[in-house]
Design a protein around this ligand. Structure first.
Ligand code: NDP
Length: 279
């Protein structure tokens, strides 16, 4: 079984390890999430990424309740949704998520979107720090934060998130944000790392993949690893779940990485974090 290396996250006065490759479950219906997560755990994934808004925390929880993998070896992430932002409402939302997941604690809790128009993300962040102080979460982070939002958290609370989970794939490489994260001790986690399948037939990627006798998906995930990104590909297909973890036995060359760099067009699949307020 493949074993996945860890990335060390800062968590206040201590550190927490997260596997560099995890398993995402957005758009997996609750009734299918148990089987998908069980397969992922069987083939060696030890990190699971869900969210309240995915409506599958119960399905994920059932997999965690029945697996033979000890809880201490699993890294579980969930997220607070936009309509729960604010100090007290975030604390309540966390309790509800923990209950659905069947967990006393969660390894990483993330603010799902900054929703700057609501102007509640600083209070939400304070709630995450409280949850960490109370031992309910091991690390606190955010998703979809731009540099200015991150800077505001640092200025107003003195603490940067451990992780910023952002849209990141060959078409949206986020070089500037990644560099800024590096300077501020924030780990970069890539969502939609395969661009939801949109880049699997790209000619450059197909060529590099063939050279290494790997699939395009494996080659893209390997590119992420070599950029030091944490990645959380999603699949409900057992062969693909297995395929996506077989990425630790080859290496892209500097020339391969340079070819990938040319694919950056700045195109987003998801919404613009500056304006997204849903619901
Ligand atoms: P991905 O980039 O992971 O792509 C998933 C798609 O690719 C699915 O259609 C899947 O098909 C297909 N696929 C997976 N592996 C392969 C393979 N080896 N070969 C061919 N096709 C493949 O997209 P996601 O948007 O799901 O992103 C991953 C995770 O990131 C999410 O599940 C979620 O956990 C997180 N996320 C976070 C967001 C945030 O705002 N914080 C926003 C969006 C995602 P199939 O399942 O049918 O096999």
């Amino acid at each position: 079984m493949t074993s996945v290396p860890n990335v060390t996250l800062s968590a206040g006065n201590s550190t927490v390890d997260i596997p560099q490759l995890g398993f995402g479950v957005w758009q997996v219906p609750d009734e299918d999430a148990t089987a998908a997560v069980t397969t992922a755990l069987e083939v060696g994934y030890r990190s699971i990424d869900t969210a309240r808004i995915y409506e599958n925390e119960e399905g994920v929880g059932r997999a965690l309740a029945t697996t033979e993998v000890p809880r201490g070896e699993i890294f579980l992430t969930t997220k607070v949704w936009n309509d729960d932002q604010g100090y007290d409402s975030t604390l309540r939302a966390f309790e509800d998520s923990a209950k659905r997941l069947g967990q006393d604690y969660v390894d990483l809790y993330l603010i799902h979107w900054p929703t700057p128009k609501k102007d509640a993300y600083v209070d939400t962040w304070r709630a995450l720090l409280q949850l960490r102080a109370d031992g309910r979460i091991r690390a606190a982070g955010v998703c979809n934060f731009q540099q200015a939002h991150l800077q505001r958290l640092i200025d107003e609370t003195g603490e940067a998130p451990a992780v910023n989970q952002v849209e990141l794939h060959p078409r949206l490489q986020q070089a500037q944000l990644r560099a800024w994260h590096g300077d501020h001790g924030i780990a970069t986690e890539a969502w939609s790392p395969l661009a939801q399948g949109a880049v699997l037939e790209d000619e450059t990627i197909v060529t590099v993949a063939a050279h290494h006798e790997k699939t395009p998906a494996q080659t893209i995930l390997r590119w992420h690893l070599q950029l030091d990104n944490i990645v959380i590909p999603k699949s409900v297909t057992p062969e693909r779940i297995r395929e996506n973890i077989e990425i630790f036995d080859f290496e892209l060359s500097d020339e391969d990485m340079a070819e990938f760099a040319k694919l950056d067009s700045g195109e987003r699949i998801g919404p613009d974090p500056e304006t997204f307020v849903s619901p």
